[in-house]
Every structure is written in structure tokens, then in C-alpha cells.
Design a protein around this ligand. Structure first.
Ligand code: SAM
Length: 278
């Protein structure tokens, strides 16, 4: 049997496997498939969210560049992230607390059951504050302030749409402390160039320091996959690699993909993206 990603209207990614779970929650269609080449795969509304085989690339590059470059990240906010991979990576650092605002409890329950190797027990870490709610609503209402905001959302589809708006980014800036940093995924450079361009422009208007980070993730098809890193003050291109290397070894971080050299390399852009950030 074949499981298909249907995120892109005119492109289908098929992976041979069998369906383990398929149900519509109050928020989205959830599907878990067991595949030979990528292990168990989580789909939401037809889009691949994470796979056991290549999730580490995405989760490590979403977390470590920020938590190693920020001088003292203590309070972290995650919007989305229901598979728990981002939590697993955050808790490798001596943070004080991580508040996760995830709209759909079913994703957490499914991930714990079918993708336990991704969260690796991180939902039981006593530094976690879990809130089941819409991240856009939380950002508007919370009086709390954070050093780091990680937006681990799906593509701008369904409930995640609200997490790509100007108003949402204004809200993120409001909940970030003066030296705060945010990261979000902005999809395939080749197949979702409008998502990258529009969100770069929106974010750049609010955050003085805005950077594109490029990573290659096998099941996020369409060439380089993009993240946007946005900071109130920190210039990621001028960060001290020696300091980052020192923290990387001091925390004895075990990573399969991330290393400080890759962090700096991932911020180097090809000409077509240099144009965009001009
Ligand atoms: N790695 C994936 C990607 O790059 O597309 C994201 C994976 S993670 C499973 C996405 C999570 O965001 C899901 O658990 C989904 O329920 C959650 N989510 C979607 N919209 C949300 C919202 N408005 N507020 C909070 N969580 C949301």
C-alpha cells in the first residue's frame, strides 16, 4: 500500500507503507503510517509532519542554533510541537521552563503511542508547562515573557494559518524579552517560495535581526527547507562561534545533525535568496 503526501496541489510524494491510524479530530485530519524507509510517519491534513527516520535534522536545527547563541535562555515558548521532538532537544539545555501551547491533544497522544522515539519521555520533564490551546490566542493573552519562541507549526493550512499573520508576529515580539529570539519553519525554498518571501517580509518589518536558515530534510520535498530566525538584538551572522562551541561541549550535547559549523553554514544563502533578503 502507498501513503501519499498531498500538501502540494500538483505534486504527490508516495511512500510505501500501511496506515496505523486515521481520524479527524476537532482541528485536523491525523494519520500515522508505518513505512519501510522512514519508520512511522505523522501526517496532518495530508502533509508530512515528521518521520522517525529524519526528524532529528529538523528538531536539532530548530532548537540548538537559538539555545546556543542566546546568552542565557531560561524561558522557552513552543507553539505547536505536538510530536515532542522539539521538547527532547530543548531539555538537553539547562532551561528553567518550556511552555508548550499545542492546539490538538490527539497529536500528543498519537505521538506518544506511535512515535515514542521522537518525544523520548520529554512530555514527563518537570520543566514542561503544557497548554492545550490555540497558539495565536495564547500569544495575544499571555502576560509572560520569554527568551526564546519556537513556532513548530505545520504549513499555513487549517489551524496553523493564524500562526503566519502579521498580528501573530507582533504578538511574538511582545512576549519576547529585549534580547529574545524566535524561529519558525517557512517551508520548501523551491515549492513554497511565496510562504518564505511573505513571512520574511512580515517578520523583517518587526525584528531588526532576521535571517534565513537552510537545511535539507528528505521528507520535506522541494530542495532546501527554510527556517526564519528573528531576533530583537542578536546578529546570528556575527555570533561568536568559539563561544557556541564552548557551550556545545560544556552541555555535552549529543546531536546527530547539528554542530556549530553547520549552524553558520546553514545561514549562507544562494543568489536568489540574497536578492530576497536585500
Ligand atoms: N515539523 C512540522 C512542520 O514543520 O510542519 C510540524 C510538526 S508539529 C506536529 C505541528 C503541530 O502544530 C501539530 O501538533 C498541530 O496540532 C499544531 N498546531 C497547528 N496549529 C496550531 C495552533 N494554531 N496553535 C497551536 N498548535 C497548533
Amino acid at each position: 500500500m502507498w501513503c501519499y503526501e498531498t500538501l502540494h496541489p500538483d505534486i504527490k510524494l508516495g511512500i510505501k507503507g500501511k496506515s496505523l491510524y486515521k481520524k479527524k479530530t476537532a482541528h485536523q485530519n491525523c494519520q500515522i503510517s508505518k513505512t519501510k524507509d522512514f519508520g512511522n510517519v505523522l501526517f496532518l491534513d495530508g502533509a508530512i509532519q515528521t518521520t522517525e527516520a529524519d526528524e532529528y535534522i529538523y528538531h536539532e536545527m530548530l532548537v540548538h542554533p537559538l539555545l546556543l547563541t542566546h546568552p542565557k535562555p531560561e524561558n522557552v515558548l513552543i507553539i505547536g510541537g505536538g510530536d515532542g521532538g522539539v521538547l527532547r532537544e530543548i531539555f538537553k539545555h539547562p532551561v528553567k521552563e518550556a511552555i508548550m501551547v499545542e492546539i490538538d491533544r490527539t497529536v500528543i497522544d498519537l505521538s506518544k503511542k506511535y512515535l515514542p522515539k521522537i518525544s523520548k519521555g520529554s512530555f514527563r520533564d518537570n520543566r514542561l508547562g503544557l497548554i492545550i490551546d490555540d497558539g495565536a490566542k495564547y500569544i495575544k493573552e499571555t502576560p509572560k515573557k520569554f527568551d526564546i519562541v519556537i513556532i513548530d507549526s505545520p504549513d499555513p493550512v487549517g489551524p496553523a494559518n493564524a500562526l503566519f499573520s502579521n498580528q501573530f508576529y507582533q504578538g511574538v515580539s511582545k512576549v519576547l524579552k529585549p534580547n529574545g529570539v524566535m524561529i519558525r519553519q517557512t517551508g520548501s525554498v523551491f515549492l513554497q517560495s511565496e510562504v518564505l518571501k511573505n513571512n520574511y517580509r512580515r517578520i523583517k518589518k518587526i525584528f531588526p535581526q532576521t535571517f534565513i536558515q537552510l537545511v535539507s530534510i528528505p521528507t520535506y520535498i522541494g530542495g532546501f527547507f527554510s527556517f526564519i530566525i528573528a531576533a530583537k538584538k542578536i546578529n546570528f551572522l556575527k555570533a561568536k562561534k568559539s563561544k557556541i562551541k564552548k557551550k556545545y561541549s560544556k552541555f555535552n550535547l549529543k546531536t546527530k545533525y547539528y554542530n556549530p559549523d553547520i549552524q553558520f553554514a546553514s545561514l549562507q544563502l544562494p543568489n536568489n535568496l540574497k536578492e530576497l533578503v536585500k
